[in-house]
Design a protein around this ligand. Structure first.
Ligand SMILES: Cc1cc2nc3c(=O)[nH]c(=O)nc-3n(C[C@H](O)[C@H](O)[C@H](O)COP(=O)(O)OP(=O)(O)OC[C@H]3O[C@@H](n4cnc5c(N)ncnc54)[C@H](O)[C@@H]3O)c2cc1C
Length: 412
């Protein structure tokens, strides 16, 4: 009977990164278990769990309103090219990142405080924004922070693939299945999969994102909310996509431009908050600009039993239409051809920080992307792999910031 040293449950962004880092040590026998992306997402297809990485673009930048997320992103970004070279898979598009918002507003000021390298940043007043990005329009009171390098977007599907290719080359076994139960024995764990496979392992790392609570993999569930995200994918012609070839990713929080849609829902401070990705070629061969919203305008979180259903839909129809109307007015002179909505779920922890923590000395978690973990997944996976294998905290940021909060007070 083969016994692994470590079994990582969840072959998504964080799990696959942890598998690569853990298996870099040839003395550690690692197994990564998790289903592949289904060809179609249908509620009656029998698929019970889905991944947040089922997309072609995720923002990557080393600035953020929260310094912890900025740091995790920076450390991960520093290894993107190395991972591309090791795997032979290109997933990083270093198109730059433009953060725009009301001058001296909270969003701009907090983002400024996370800037580590001013030589990589251009501060832009309204006129400079207009001349540098004539295809976008902003409010007169806005200012911009343009990160020229070490920022842009990653292809999350390809990044996961790259991590798995390297992990496999290092000897990690990859099992395409779902874990239904984890039983603890004196010498380790017995994992039972949906297809009836039994896996024995000395240690377990859970990287199961918003589905963590579904199969009761932990005796004492960790505290989180599943936030229903809607995005609009607005298609443009190939020529338009080429003309926007240098467009950076955009993050916005402010009053909004004069010509922008008036009906788009505003957050508690009366501001508009969205993110935007430049045209990206999707698997259907078309180019899409993607726009998404902030959590502030959501009505609430999903029940665990509804997460799967949400993944199989196209998001909130009304919000999708609002996002489309907004994107039409944020761009200057860009013709959109069609649009559709897509749905996804983020795992949000009470402190909006990730959980990288021991549940016991042989069971750990790497969870809680909070909407930011695609770009930061490599560093989160590395910290988690070191924690579970070496029982060491190899991160400069305080361990306290990554501690799990449980639903029930008594920690089992
Ligand atoms: C609309 C949207 C936009 C986003 N934009 C950005 C962005 O621009 N930049 C950014 O950095 N982040 C972004 N994020 C967040 C980012 O995608 C997530 O934080 C990241 O994917 C989380 O990685 P993960 O490994 O925790 O989860 P996932 O990538 O979802 O992986 C979890 C995996 O666990 C598997 N799994 C679950 N249960 C089981 C089980 N019982 N057995 C086996 N496997 C299981 C699932 O199949 C899945 O593959 C966005 C998220 C959404 C929804």
């Amino acid at each position: 009977m083969a016994v692994y040293d470590l079994c990582i449950v969840g072959a998504g962004m964080i799990g696959s990164a942890a598998a690569r880092h853990a298996s870099a040590n040839s003395n550690v026998k690692v197994c990564l278990i998790g289903p592949q992306e289904p060809k179609v997402r249908e509620a009656n297809s029998g698929n019970e769990v889905f991944g947040t990485h089922y997309d072609e673009g995720r923002i990557a930048r080393a600035t953020a309103t929260n310094p912890l997320w900025a740091n995790l992103a920076k450390l991960s970004e520093e290894r993107y090219r190395e991972l591309e070279n090791l795997s032979g898979i290109r997933f990083y598009h270093e198109v730059g990142a433009l953060t725009v918002g009301t001058k001296t507003g909270r969003f701009i000021e907090q983002t400024k405080s996370s800037i580590k390298d001013y030589s990589n940043v251009e501060m832009l007043g309204n006129e400079e924004l207009e001349s540098k990005f004539p295809y976008l329009n902003f409010a007169d009171s806005d200012e911009g922070i343009f990160e020229k390098r070490h920022a842009g977007y990653i292809n999350p599907r390809k990044m996961v693939m790259a991590q798995i290719v390297v992990a496999s080359n290092q000897g990690c076994d990859v099992i395409r299945d779902i874990v239904l139960n984890i039983e603890n024995f004196e010498m380790g764990y017995k994992l039972l999969s949906e297809r009836g496979k039994i896996i024995w392992t000395k240690k377990v790392l859970l990287a199961t994102n918003a589905f963590t609570g579904l199969h009761k993999l932990l005796k004492n569930p960790v505290s989180y909310q599943s936030m229903p995200q809607t995005v609009t994918l607005a298609s443009v012609s190939e020529n338009t996509a080429k003309s926007l070839g240098n467009m950076p990713i955009v993050m916005y929080e402010g009053e909004g431009g004069r010509s922008w849609s008036k009906s788009y829902p505003r957050g508690s401070g009366g501001t508009i908050h969205f993110y935007l990705l430049p045209p990206i070629k999707y698997p259907d061969g078309k180019y899409y600009v993607k726009i998404g919203h902030s959590d502030e305008i959501l009505k609430g979180s999903l029940e665990l039993t509804d997460v799967r259903k949400w993944y199989c839909g196209s998001g909130d129809d009304e919000l999708e239409r609002e996002l489309y109307t907004l994107v039409e007015t944020v761009f200057n002179g860009i013709q959109f051809e069609s649009h559709y909505g897509d749905a996804c779920v983020t795992m949000v922890t009470p402190g909006k920080q990730p959980y990288v923590d021991h549940i016991s000395s042989t069971l750990a978690v790497a969870l809680g992307g909070n909407g930011y973990a695609a770009k930061s997944s490599d560093e989160i996976g590395r910290i988690a792999a070191d924690l579970i294998i070496k029982s060491k905290w190899t991160c400069d940021m305080p361990r306290e910031n990554f501690k799990v909060k449980f639903c029930n007070k008594s920690k089992l």
